[in-house]
Design a protein. Structure first.
Length: 399
């Protein structure tokens, strides 16, 4: 399938422009005829491959677009006019082009949800299904505001977790670089000096010198082995079994596993609540939530839940079998089902676990930082002490 740019004339004689995805030009002509548009010009679209590399569309860009579109739609502006205004206001060229394509698709009769679904790399299934529900209910501006709220909360949670991992990652990188420099350049200088002096060196000194020799001789193999191991893990993670096993392992890592579990529950509750509030059916909402869960263990459990609900079971029972949700969450969901306010109960769960994630991030940061500093001090300080021990022996002998 390829994308074609066309110029045509509508049934009322107006010129229309747009893009459409099809196998060939004949299929484009057929699609336009169904929309009562006579094709004047059809050309394959020239793709600019370099733009996405230098101007990626981020979540905050989509969130800002959604918020502005909701504001203009609620003010009564026609949808095409709203999109045309956003085209001129969007700084990133690649995003501006996509909005222009969406506007063109709407002008030839496509719904907003269908036009958005042609750009899954920007607007995921959750976004498109919520927009579809908003169009069907006549409450598009309200749904767009809910989407923007959801995206802003998701971005805030992601930024919080990334921020907590940044400092430990920097400290660990500095420590590794410092150890590598010492083993490669500093220790060999001491080793040569001790070799010239002769005599038996203390055991710690011999161990450090041995590590230095090993590191210098096998450094290329260590680098190649590290890159190979990383590529192997990435390749394994791309398989269904690997993704499931690694995600399962992440949930059970001491300290970090607690953060992973709480963030998964918060994301699940917030997503499902937003979808249900927007009018998406429970089965569709659970299916979409599974695809955006971010954890294959949770995704598999949610898909199994969809199957069980189709067979007549409640939501709480199969969710309990996933092993991800604590009893409190299961009970709150069960109460929400009985009272008919599942979306409201899920919203409360999301708020609670968002606060729990904040607390878990602070706890993780407070634990990791001193551990890294202590490890860095012990390793670097231990090597320095090991290299100075022979000097202390020499000073004692001179006295």
């Amino acid at each position: 399938m390829a994308r074609f740019v066309y110029v045509g004339v509508s049934a009322n004689g107006q010129q229309v422009k747009g893009e459409v995805q099809a196998a060939n030009k004949n299929e484009v002509i057929s699609l336009l005829r169904k929309k009562k548009v006579r094709a004047v010009s059809i050309k394959p679209k020239q793709l600019a491959l370099s733009i996405p590399l230098f101007s990626p569309i981020k979540l905050q860009d989509v969130s800002r677009f959604t918020r502005q579109l909701a504001a203009m739609a609620s003010a009564g502006l026609p949808l095409v006019q709203c999109l045309d205004i956003l085209v001129s206001q969007t700084d990133k060229k690649v995003f501006s082009q996509k909005i222009q394509q969406i506007s063109s698709d709407i002008q030839v009769g496509s719904t907003l949800a269908d036009a958005l679904s042609k750009h899954p790399e920007v607007f995921n299934a959750l976004y498109c299904n919520m927009v579809s529900a908003g169009e069907a209910s006549g409450n598009l501006d309200g749904v767009l505001n809910r989407i923007a709220d959801y995206q802003e909360k998701s971005e805030k949670l992601l930024r919080k977790i990334k921020g907590a991992m940044t400092y430990p990652a920097i400290v660990a990188t500095i420590a590794l670089c410092l150890v590598a420099v010492m083993l490669t350049f500093i220790i060999p200088t001491f080793a040569q000096m001790f070799s010239d002096l002769g005599g038996t060196l203390p055991l710690p000194t011999r161990i450090v010198m041995g590590l230095s020799t090993f590191f210098r001789h096998f450094l290329p193999y260590l680098i190649i082995g590290g890159i190979g191991a990383a590529m192997g893990v990435v390749a394994y993670y791309r398989t269904d079994t690997g993704r499931f096993n690694i995600d399962y392992f992440k949930l059970h890592i001491p300290i970090y596993g607690d953060l992973e579990r709480k963030s998964a529950i918060s994301r699940f509750s917030q997503t499902l609540s937003t979808l249900l509030t927007s009018g998406v059916t429970i089965l569709d909402a659970l299916s979409i939530t599974a695809k955006t869960a971010g954890n294959r263990v949770l995704e598999k459990g949610l898909l199994r839940t969809v199957e069980r609900i189709s067979g007549g079971m409640t939501i709480a029972e199969p969710l309990k079998e996933t092993g991800v949700f604590p009893p409190m969450v299961i009970q709150m969901i069960a109460v929400g089902e009985k009272t008919g306010d599942l979306s409201g109960m899920l919203s409360k769960v999301s708020e609670f676990y968002t606060e729990e994630v904040d607390a878990a991030v602070d706890a993780l940061t407070s634990i990791i930082e001193p551990i890294l500093i202590i490890v860095m001090g012990v390793v670097c300080g231990g090597m320095l002490i090991a290299m100075y021990l022979p000097m202390f022996s020499l000073i004692g002998a001179i006295q």
